[in-house]
Ligand binder design. Structure first.
Ligand SMILES: O=P(O)(O)OC[C@H]1O[C@H](O[C@H]2O[C@H](CO)[C@@H](O)[C@H](O)[C@H]2O)[C@H](O)[C@@H](O)[C@@H]1O
Length: 391
């Protein structure tokens, strides 16, 4: 499905000629991305000035690179301007009016359900679902982000009818534990840890990072971990971050195996720059890691050319469903990292993204849903539609 608006998605810079970590092609290491809210100056400075900088200059870097702005922007904006690309998209005193106006561009997948199934006529749906903020509501404690029984029952029905995968920023193990359903595919660490079906031949390009394994039930599966070599580095960074943030009230550092999340949702806003400063400082010693901004969280991850969009492509290929003519993938997610998947579908001209958001935001998605309860209603509509045989 094509829609005419520019993508806000920030992509990686071109890959370096050689990977010192020996990452197999096409997963060559990339330079850190250059958007204002990432560690843009990190690698450049490392090349020219390896000595440790003072706390003051690091704080300036944090500000100069827009980290604090991005941290503040990772929650619903206050009344006023809502940016879309380079232009002001909406300016309303009334948040509801702004939301309704935004929905003209990103229609509700519920009220547009008939249109969506018409677009998909003759094709098979494949579902890709994000976890936090999509299947479970956002809560203060990341360890308590439970999925409701009703949502689990809905997903259980869904997976009987459509190939379904969960693609989360969490560790695969953790998201599997939360969802607790065995009939679907799981991708953790923003797609850097995928447990998928075994194929007679692994998807082309990816075979070097695929190994055969068994799941909890002893079934043979294929495990794809393109950033396996980063595990010790991530562990090291996790420990350092736990240590240096331990005095900050409310901070939580989560080890997601191939990435680390530094949560500041429960931290007083006055201390956010201290957190950003610690992360920035630590990452100076790890030029092969970068930072992304999620919902009140700094996500530290390897600089490899891999994201949720690549994970979608990989899973479609693994499932033997990458034929654009017969398949209609739907990706539902709420976070910035989900934009990579929305963008991938848009670029393929296949299927559509559905952004879960209760406030106006620029996106590469096609439709929107307000919150996890609307996600559940949408998934139930899909189940009902398929059961009624309206194909
Ligand atoms: O890709 P996702 O499944 O959406 O995971 C993204 C991050 O989600 C979690 O953090 C977010 O949800 C928490 C629980 O509601 C909330 O407390 C936090 O503020 C949010 O950022 C998870 O804890 C992270 O590890 C994921 O990367």
């Amino acid at each position: 499905m094509k829609q005419e608006h520019t993508s806000p998605v920030l992509t990686d810079s071109p890959p370096l000629a050689k990977s010192r970590l020996g990452i197999p092609s096409p997963l060559l290491l990339c330079s850190p991305p250059a958007p204002s809210y990432t560690s843009r100056s990190l690698s450049g400075r490392l090349l020219t000035s390896p000595q440790k900088k003072s706390m003051l200059s690091t704080l300036e870097d944090v500000r100069e690179n827009g980290w604090l702005d991005a941290m503040k922007a990772s929650s619903p904006p206050r009344k006023g301007a809502v940016r879309d690309g380079n232009s002001i998209f909406a300016m309303h005193e009334n948040a509801e009016a702004a939301y309704n106006s935004w929905k003209l561009k990103y229609p509700s997948a519920l009220s547009s359900f008939e249109q969506l199934v018409t677009f998909a006529k003759g094709k098979s749906f494949v579902l890709f679902l994000d976890y936090d903020g999509t299947l479970s509501p956002i809560v203060d404690d990341p360890d308590a982000a439970f999925m409701s029984d009703a949502m689990r029952a809905t997903v259980r029905e869904l997976v009987k009818l459509f190939p379904t995968a969960i693609i989360s920023g969490r560790s695969r193990h953790k998201v599997n534990e939360f969802v607790a359903l065995s009939e679907l595919y799981y991708a953790g660490s923003h797609g850097m840890d995928i447990m998928g079906p075994v194929r007679s031949s692994e998807p082309s390009n990816y075979s070097e990072s695929c190994v055969r394994s068994t799941d909890k039930e002893g079934k043979e599966v294929s495990l794809f971990q393109p950033a396996r070599e980063f595990i010790p580095m991530i562990e090291e960074v996790f420990k350092s971050l736990v240590e240096c943030t331990k005095e900050i009230n409310g901070v939580k550092v989560e080890n997601n195996k191939f990435c680390v999340s530094v949560h500041y949702r429960c931290v007083d806003e006055d201390s956010w720059d201290i957190i950003a400063n610690h992360v920035f400082n630590i990452l100076e010693g790890y030029p092969k890691l970068r930072v992304c901004h999620g919902r009140k969280v700094l996500e530290i991850r390897p600089i490899i050319k891999w994201d949720k969009g690549k994970a979608v492509e990989f899973l479609l290929e693994s499932l033997g469903l990458n034929d654009g003519l017969d398949v209609f993938p739907i990706y539902i997610g709420d976070d910035r990292t989900d934009e990579d998947a929305f963008k991938a579908l848009r670029e393929k001209g296949q299927g559509c993204g559905i952004l879960v958001s209760a406030y106006p935001r620029p996106s590469s998605a096609f439709y929107s849903l307000k919150d996890p309860s609307e996600v559940m209603a949408f998934l139930q509509s899909l189940v009902k539609w398929k059961m009624s045989g309206e194909l």
